[in-house]
Design a protein around this ligand. Structure first.
Ligand code: SF4
Ligand code: SF4
Length: 506
């Protein structure tokens, strides 16, 4: 350890204090190993950045585990959707997700038989070209699981286009009550490492760096063991574990750029172009290797279920599982007396209807927190919000400007840089909800910028566009890097290949 560099960005909230909930509440390891088999799933056709997929099933159809139920039509920027349960399609209708996104959804009732597609089996030897690797990842419907929801194939294409030197794996999970990524590392370290190495080769990177917090010793040692095992087969890649100081938030690409490369990225900069690197979440890497090695599409994910009222759980659940079934499985009842948050308690969204709110590809945690009324007082100018803002803003000043309608001044103060981390609201002793207004303003600004860059228009964004920007955090212009190998003919429905339906040979 002596002499080893510990990376960190400036500010944020330090772990080891009140935010370190996940260490306080013991997580039940065994529960993660037991896959929940819910009575039904609700599969939104849009869980990702891009346009919704189109349902490939109809009411009354029987489906098997792993079957594709939604596919990007023609050459749209989208991602396919697969079911993690077998059973009958009972409905296809529009729903609205808690983040405001309206999307068609496929409802499936579970026959409890877990009948799997025959194609869900090991590929044996994995000798894929870069384009084949990216094609499998595209057809498996893999999207960034750390919350960004960007289709992974598009990010790999962009990385190839910019000829990145290194692939970074974000193992820095720091959100309160969340340890699902860390659990994925402990339980499936070989998959995380092999997924990262395969993706590095696919995008032409020569170095892979696993970013992990100093205090995560178990996870680090699991990674290091797997790296040792994989080294001989990947002699062309330089592999390294990089340590970060513990704090919240971690892993956001602009903060990683600052901590790792000493570069201050502007909103329109990409990590690929500015630093020659591409960043993926460790759970996304696990999903990639499941697809590449076992032909398993993105149909399950590990989530944390935890809060300040009860112990924590990590569970492997089919995507689309209603939140109510997760709560019942974890706590034998739905905690109606508590607030149920879709996401972490700093940046997540409180939900009223757990029965009809699904776990989606980007849901990493369901937080259950006490209902408390925090008395709000005027700002006492303590400066704590400025001390913790990772983007170097003065949230109290920006907030006041927005309240007074001085949006131009707020923008000049850097309000568009807000990354919606929620730290300022959390820390404020006056109970002022600074983050909501600042983050909304920042997200609105981003979508205007995206529209003008992408479509050369200064049209005002609609409600849905605002949500889209909120979803991706930062605009990424990934549409510029569509899959060049996508040979589907939009005028010929027969040319559409149903991914993982019958086993696509690669
Ligand atoms: S929510 Fe925005 S303003 Fe508040 S601390 Fe985070 S980045 Fe700064
Ligand atoms: S933390 Fe709250 S009370 Fe303190 S300066 Fe910021 S807004 Fe004012």
């Amino acid at each position: 350890m002596a002499g080893r560099k510990i990376h960190s960005f400036y500010k944020g909230i330090f772990s080891g204090d009140v935010l370190n909930f996940s260490k306080r509440s013991p997580f039940v390891r065994e529960i993660m190993l037991e896959q929940i088999n819910p009575s039904r799933v609700i599969l939104p056709m849009k869980m990702h950045y891009g346009v919704p997929a189109v349902p490939t099933v109809k009411e009354g159809d029987l489906v098997k585990v792993g079957q594709c139920v939604g596919i990007p039509y023609s050459k749209s920027f989208s991602s396919p959707v697969h079911t993690g349960i077998s059973g009958r399609v009972t409905d296809i209708r529009d729903i609205t997700l808690p983040n405001g996104i309206k999307t068609p959804a496929v409802f499936i009732n579970n026959d409890m038989k877990r009948t799997r597609l025959d194609s869900l089996k090991s590929r044996g030897s994995i000798d894929l070209s870069a384009q084949q690797t990216i094609g499998v990842i595209r057809d498996a419907g893999i999207c960034g699981m750390g919350g960004e929801g960007i289709p992974t194939y598009a990010k790999l294409n962009r990385a190839r286009n910019y000829a990145v030197n290194e692939l970074l794996v974000n193992c820095l999970q720091s959100e309160p009550y969340s340890t699902c990524d860390l659990m994925a590392i402990v339980e499936y370290p070989d998959y995380v490492v092999l997924g990262a190495l395969a993706c590095a080769r696919a995008c032409g990177a020569t170095r892979v760096r696993f970013l992990i917090s100093l205090g995560r010793k178990t996870e680090r040692s699991a990674l290091e063991n797997s790296i040792r095992k994989a080294k001989d087969s990947f002699k062309d890649l330089k592999l390294e574990v990089v340590l970060f100081r513990e704090r919240f938030p971690q892993g956001y690409y602009r903060l990683v750029a600052k901590a790792l490369y000493g570069k201050q990225l502007e909103m329109s900069d990409t990590l690929e172009q500015t630093c020659g690197a591409v960043l993926f979440n460790c759970s996304t890497m696990l999903a990639c290797w499941e697809a590449l090695s076992d032909n398993i599409p993105m149909m399950n994910r590990i989530i944390s279920v935890s809060g300040n009222e009860s112990g924590g759980h990590n569970m492997l659940v089919p995507i689309g599982t209603p939140v109510s079934e997760v709560l019942t499985s974890a706590y034998e009842s739905t905690k109606t007396e508590s607030r149920v948050i879709w996401g972490n308690c700093l940046t997540g969204i409180e939900i009223e209807d757990p029965e009809n709110t699904p776990i989606i590809k980007m849901t990493s945690v369901i937080s259950i927190v006490r209902k408390t009324e925090i008395p709000t007082t005027p700002c006492i100018h303590c400066g704590l919000c400025s001390e913790c803002c990772p983007m170097g803003l003065s949230p109290n000043i920006v907030y006041e400007m927005l309240v007074q309608g001085l949006t131009q001044k707020a923008a000049e103060e850097g309000a568009r840089d807000c990354i919606s981390c929620g730290s300022c609201s959390y820390i404020c002793p006056a109970g002022i909800n600074l983050a909501t207004s600042i983050a909304r303003f920042a997200n609105e600004g981003r979508i205007i910028e995206v529209n003008s860059l992408l479509h050369n228009t200064d049209e005002e964004p609609g409600e849905e566009a605002g949500v889209e920007a909120a979803m991706v955090g930062q605009a990424s212009l990934l549409e510029e890097f569509p899959d060049k190998e996508d040979s589907r003919d939009e005028t010929d429905p027969d040319s559409i290949i149903l991914p993982f339906d019958g086993g696509k040979s690669v």
